[in-house]
Design a binder for this molecule. Structure first.
Ligand SMILES: [Zn+2]
Length: 243
């Protein structure tokens, strides 16, 4: 295992449940030092268990046994207290600028893989339980962003990915669509874990959830519309997660 620096943060309390999720973030700050200062400042009331800088140096801020304050208002698989059920890792990254984001440096991603594999093994986290902040807070967050290569991570044993999915011939569902196809899509997204109610109306919440899904699983085109490829991926991933 790599050497891990320690920089304790006061921003934690007691877990109310066992760990079943690993949630990845970007810091959205210019430097790792600035991010660490914020995440360890009692006034900020935010933290994470780990931060990985662009060189791959890992710093631990909160013990894994404690609840770090990284997810905020979030939902996944019926859980509202996502912080209690998760380990949080912050990736040092400046975030989106004018809708674009820089690639994550490979030393940083190598360290992410090493640390994540270790966490996943120790806490028995399922592949579908490795998520981005945007997956659990789709109306508020877009981190860690589409530049994170989730496909490659999954090939390294970190997360779930659906390869070679056959695209069914179905109509695109988008904002203001209504009906059974929308309800079926919502049910599948909810079965995967996303926080969406199957009311059969493609409203802003559904659009945000589909955008979050695309940011993770179909990063080439994040438009919030469930086109045939997006729908096929959602159904395929749901089948994979249950197999
Ligand atoms: Zn975040």
């Amino acid at each position: 295992m790599r050497p891990i620096n320690s920089r304790p943060s006061p921003n934690f309390d007691s877990r109310q449940s066992t760990v079943s999720l690993l949630i990845l973030h970007y810091t959205n700050m210019p430097t790792a030092e600035q991010a660490l200062a914020r995440l360890c400042d009692a006034a900020s009331k935010v933290s994470a268990h780990y931060l990985i800088d662009q060189h791959g140096q890992i710093t631990q801020m909160v013990d894994e046994a404690a609840r770090a304050w990284h997810a905020g208002v979030a939902h996944w698989a019926g859980l509202d207290d996502v912080n209690s059920a998760s380990i949080g890792i912050e990736l040092d990254h400046a975030g989106h600028v004018d809708g674009q984001m820089a690639a994550y440096p490979s030393p940083q991603i190598s360290a992410l893989v090493d640390l994540s594999r270790d966490i996943i093994a120790r806490h028995h986290i399922a592949p579908a339980g490795v998520l981005g902040h945007s997956d659990v807070a789709p109306t508020r967050k877009i981190d860690p962003g589409e530049a994170l290569d989730w496909r490659w991570l999954a090939a390294q044993g970190v997360g779930l990915w659906a390869d070679d999915v056959r695209v069914e011939k179905v109509d695109t569902l988008a904002l203001n669509a209504e009906g059974p196809a929308v309800a079926a899509l919502q049910k599948t997204l909810a079965a995967y874990g996303y926080g969406v109610a199957p009311d059969g109306v493609y409203g802003p919440q559904t659009q945000a959830v589909v955008s979050a899904f695309q940011r993770h699983f179909r990063p080439q085109n994040i438009d919030g519309a469930a086109d045939a490829q997006t729908q096929s991926l959602i159904y395929a991933l749901c089948r994979l997660a249950k197999s």
